[in-house]
Design a binder for this molecule. Structure first.
Ligand code: AMP
Length: 423
């Protein structure tokens, strides 16, 4: 038997109702902040992620699904392609490719699958889903303003509250400008020099190539050493500090609670200034529901114009896992089961069509069923009512409607059926 590949899974009903519940809330909330949807391809040129995410990140160094695409002609070279491990690089590529700044498009969101070859565990998959948004634009449009950071964070707080996740935790940090980070990296390198031998292989490599990434380390034995390292907050320049203070001030003003975490540097290289994560206790080891931050240099790194931006990616799998809401609670069961008697499939289909036009959920049976089987099917489907379509009913243009919970049965004229069932 062929099964779904390790790290991938089927999302089945009724659980898919929860996914739809989340996505409907997302679309609703994001619209209120004037974000519009973008859909980018699931695979891109490998170079986009190498440049846009960073060669030294775990994602690019270890986790991408990359392949050499077959050349179409002998004279052509094959192209290196990669299943997207995240969506910010794709959105910024599209922003540059279509000159979206010319169309005034600076607030975009996406919902879709991402792919990383990570070790699968609870809350961690190789195909997982992200909901993300980016505010990106020319500096003249105010895209660098701390007001944008605060607005994005406040929108996320609103979304989480809206889907009923009340006990979230917003962790906030600033990773400074590239200049702040260069100074910090230097200090880290110096601090790591005498101790790196005692650290894991990844950290020994990071200590040389990109010391900041040491803070991504999850190896328990390395944590006491990491605790003693300098922190980015000690290296923030005047501008970064002011920006960070302004973000916090607005958040306080609008009543979004947060805590500062100076170890938070996030897994991606292109982040500048504000970095954040929302965590949720119930998730266990993989407790980050979402992460994001500012990426002021990304557009230029990808060959575009200066276009400061800030964005985030919510792990939809984890968001759904954190919900108190159940699939049963959001699922819409059939309002009515239409049960055709012998020879009544056509009449029943006509009736079902009328009822569905009134926005009712209708499950349609079959004339081959006996009445008993129709009742069983209606009950199994969770329908509120069963409606019986026999020759007499059609002649009288009035139908027997039975409430399956109370057992009450009445005859209802065709014209009143929809209203009766809705009520
Ligand atoms: P990142 O793009 O690494 O900043 O991740 C953003 C969010 O995506 C995380 O906070 C997680 O909720 C989610 N996420 C990342 N990797 C995975 C994965 N392998 N499986 C499930 N969710 C993930």
């Amino acid at each position: 038997m062929i099964k779904a590949v390790r790290g991938t899974r089927d999302l089945l009903p009724p659980e898919t109702a929860l996914w739809n519940f989340v996505e409907a809330a997302v679309r609703d909330v994001f619209r209120a902040y004037n974000f519009q949807e973008i859909r980018t391809p699931i695979f891109e040129e490998t170079a986009l992620f190498a440049r846009g995410v960073g060669e030294e990140t775990d994602i690019v160094a270890k986790e991408m699904y990359t392949w050499e695409d077959r050349a179409r002609a002998a004279s052509e070279k094959g192209q290196s392609l990669t299943l997207r491990p995240e969506n910010t690089a794709g959105v910024v590529r599209a922003y540059i490719e279509h000159k979206l700044w010319d169309r005034g498009l600076n607030k975009l969101y996406y919902i879709g699958p991402q792919f990383r070859r990570e070790r699968p565990q609870k809350g961690r998959y190789r195909q997982f889903y992200q909901i993300g948004a980016e505010v990106i634009g020319p500096p003249s449009a105010g895209s660098e303003s701390p007001a944008r950071d605060a607005e994005v964070l406040e929108m996320l707080a609103t979304l989480l509250d809206r889907v009923g996740i009340a006990d979230w935790n917003l962790e906030l940090n600033s990773v400074g400008t590239p200049a702040d980070r260069a100074a910090f990296n230097e200090a880290l390198r110096t601090a790591l020099e005498p101790v790196k031998e005692k650290m894991c292989g990844d950290c020994q490599r990071r200590a040389v190539t990109n010391p900041l990434r040491v803070f991504d380390c999850k190896v328990p034995g390395d944590q006491p050493i990491i605790e003693t390292l300098p922190r980015i907050t000690q290296f923030l320049g005047e501008d970064s500090r002011k920006h960070f203070d302004a973000v916090q001030e607005i958040l306080t003003k609008v009543g979004v609670r947060f805590s500062l975490n100076d170890r938070l540097v996030r897994g991606l290289d292109y982040y500048t200034r504000t970095a954040f994560e929302f965590t949720h206790g119930a998730l266990g080891a993989q407790n980050a529901i979402l992460g994001g931050g500012r990426y002021d240099g990304l557009s230029e790194a990808l060959g575009g114009p200066a276009a400061p931006g800030i964005g985030f990616a919510i792990g939809e799998d984890r968001l759904v896992m954190s919900l108190k809401e159940t699939a049963e609670g959001v699922l819409r069961k059939p309002d009515v089961y239409v049960a055709p008697m012998a020879g009544m499939n056509g009449e029943s289909a006509r009736l079902a069509r009328e009822l569905r036009r009134h926005d009712l959920v209708v499950e349609l049976g079959d004339e081959g069923f006996r009445l008993k089987k129709s009742f069983e099917a209606a009950t199994k489907a969770g329908a509120k009512y069963i409606l019986i379509v026999g020759e007499n009913e059609v002649k009288a243009d009035a139908f027997a409607v039975k409430n399956l919970a109370t057992g009450e049965q009445v005859s209802v004229p065709r014209a009143e059926l929809a209203r009766r069932i809705q009520g």
